[in-house]
Design a protein around this ligand. Structure first.
Ligand SMILES: C[S@@+](CC[C@H](N)C(=O)[O-])C[C@H]1O[C@@H](n2cnc3c(N)ncnc32)[C@H](O)[C@@H]1O
Length: 336
């Protein structure tokens, strides 16, 4: 086990949580049967990198902070893993548009400081031609996790190469970038998140991206409950994406604990696949585990399915000194 790293800043599911009392799901843990058959092939460690590009760049890092370019803005945020020294001179770090201070408990933008001029809550961003909104939020996040671009490129390639209708389920979908990329590539997408606020932001992103005519179902629900219902109803998907927090809550106060709930959710993801599935992509962050743990879980879970399980880390390559900033662990099952 590795010590937990400060990946993604913190493990809170960011948008405001419902005041409802804590509640675990009624049915209790799903009984897990051993999946029969040969284990899928494997490929690990696989390090997927996001390089600096014109939409987003990790400009520099060090001294517990990171300096990033998000579209038009330079942003400074805390970064617990950056225990090395900054490569750029102080004047570069002072030339910033927004700094996360986190020094109040208030919701929203109050935890940001704008050294040049006060900024609005959102700003125009773009990923590979898809317009969306960056956003200053209470929990130091900015409405997008750029390291996920490695997954977006991968699923876009799978969807386009399939040359047939593809159904994608995006669990814990947040502001919807993966859903937009999949829909643009021609997939029919179901996007699930527990936060009404996040769903609102995702819909706004769909409009901003001018993808309003694409088939995306936006669903505000507990991911586990939704997946269980899809299993009962016989709804099937070719690609499932899941990016669960270490701890989160559904809209009715349902508790999500990654270590308790992930095995069952992976098992359900397997059973809601179409007869010719393409991939299941899992990301995990802010947990005390290595990618070997989720690799073993995925390989057991996809026994008998053929294909291969690839696992490793999502990292962002820094522009100044070329250091890699690790953001999360991932494990994906990919059909042959
Ligand atoms: C880290 S974000 C996912 C990021 C997303 N994959 C992306 O790249 O934009 C985690 C999301 O899980 C949601 N969440 C937390 N608990 C949940 C639950 N029980 N069911 C569904 N969504 C949940 C949060 O609202 C948050 O939007």
């Amino acid at each position: 086990m590795k010590p937990s790293r400060d990946r993604r800043g913190d493990n809170r599911s960011e948008p405001s949580r419902p005041a409802t009392a804590l509640k675990t799901r009624d049915a209790g843990p799903r009984p897990l049967a051993r999946r029969e058959g040969a284990l899928p092939g494997e490929n690990l460690p696989l390090i997927l990198e996001v390089e600096p590009n014109e939409d987003y760049a990790l400009l520099d890092s060090g001294g517990g902070e990171k300096l990033e370019q998000y579209g038009p803005y330079r942003i400074v945020r805390p970064e617990g893993q950056a225990i090395w020294q900054k490569a750029l001179p102080d004047r570069e770090w002072q030339r910033t548009d927004a700094v996360f201070t986190g020094n109040t408990d208030e919701e929203g933008m109050g935890r940001w400081r704008f050294p040049k001029t006060p900024l609005g809550e959102t700003w125009p961003m773009r990923h590979d031609g898809i317009d969306y909104l960056g956003r200053f939020t209470s929990f130091r996040h900015v409405g997008v996790f750029p390291e996920q671009a490695s997954h977006w490129d991968h699923i876009e390639g799978l969807i386009r190469a399939a040359r047939r209708p593809v159904r994608v389920l995006n669990l814990f979908g947040y502001t919807g970038l993966a859903s937009l990329v999949a829909a643009r590539a021609g997939a029919e997408v179901t996007h699930v998140d527990a936060s009404r606020k996040a769903i609102g932001w995702a819909r706004e992103n769909q409009e901003t991206a001018r993808l309003g005519d694409k088939p995306i179902r936006w669903i505000c629900e507990d991911a586990m409950k939704f997946a269980e219902r899809e299993e009962r109803r016989g709804s099937r998907y070719d690609i499932v994406l899941l990016d669960p927090p270490a701890y989160g809550r559904g809209p009715k106060g349902e508790v999500w604990q990654l270590f308790d709930d992930l095995p069952a959710l992976v098992d359900i993801c397997r059973s809601i696949l179409t007869p010719k599935p393409l991939a299941v992509v899992l990301t995990a962050y802010s947990i005390r585990a290595s990618f070997f743990a989720i690799h073993a879980l995925m390989r057991d879970g996809f026994a008998g399915m053929g294909g291969r399980v690839e696992s490793g880390e999502l990292v962002i390559r820094e522009k100044s000194a070329g250091r890699a900033l690790s953001t999360s662990l991932f494990s994906r099952w990919v059909a042959e």
